[in-house]
Ligand binder design. Sequence first.
Ligand code: NAD
Length: 247
Amino acid sequence: MIDLKNKVAIITGGTRGIGLEIVRTFYENNAKVILFGSRKETVEKAIETLKKEGKDVDGYYPNLNNYEEIEKVIKEINDKYGHIDILVNNAGISANSKIEDTTSADFTKIMDLNVNAMFNTSKAVVPYMKKNNGGVILNTSSMVSIYGQPSGVGYPASKFAVNGLTKSLARELAPFNIRVNAVAPGIIKTDMVSSLPKEVIEPLIKTIPIGRIGEPKDIANAFLFLASDMASYITGVVLQVDGAARN
Ligand code: NAD
């Protein structure tokens, strides 16, 4: 029922984890997919992995904190494909240290990628989406954007900002048929979680009412729904996909 045929989708942080699964899922549902990563090597590796799966995607590695560079890459993509329909702002980093051990530079680094970069890519695609009479911007938030987190304060603070950006841009851009939503994942089995020892994983699972850690596919499917026309009247929401975890 969901078909992203003729849709051009850009996914930041698309080289691994949740982002790579969004790339796969959008591709499997017929979108033309362009992934962004932080480095040439990781972008090439992801493209190679996908090629082995029979998936042909394009990739770029712009500095997400350099607006001029982003504007140039977005123009290049629009010139190449004719339109940009979907932007998924997924790149993000987290933190765990206590406030006394967090420097102001650590705090700024998180805000730069998780919030400022999201502003840059969104600002750069909006003129093209307006010209195209619509589009979809989706952001990766986190369950910590609802409950906070007892460490690494920059991370939850950045994700609260992601929700603010999502809800505000949704209201600003709705008249232009541009929908803006976020997905707030719980604990998801990406590399970091998979490498945790059994003694850490088992108590963690006990805190999740649905009884398991989330798979990247659980999150990618939520993004797919929100990117599709099935969600045509949904904008400004932060969709919690966390098995009812309340950590
Ligand atoms: P990951 O570390 O596996 O992937 C992060 C992605 O971001 C990579 O593709 C990487 O290339 C990109 N990235 C990192 N630094 C970058 C930079 N400076 N410039 C450009 N790109 C950069 O992480 P993940 O777990 O897949 O997380 C993806 C998103 O999901 C993040 O926004 C994260 O906050 C969010 N999230 C993850 C979980 C979880 O349990 N894994 C839970 C809630 C929210």
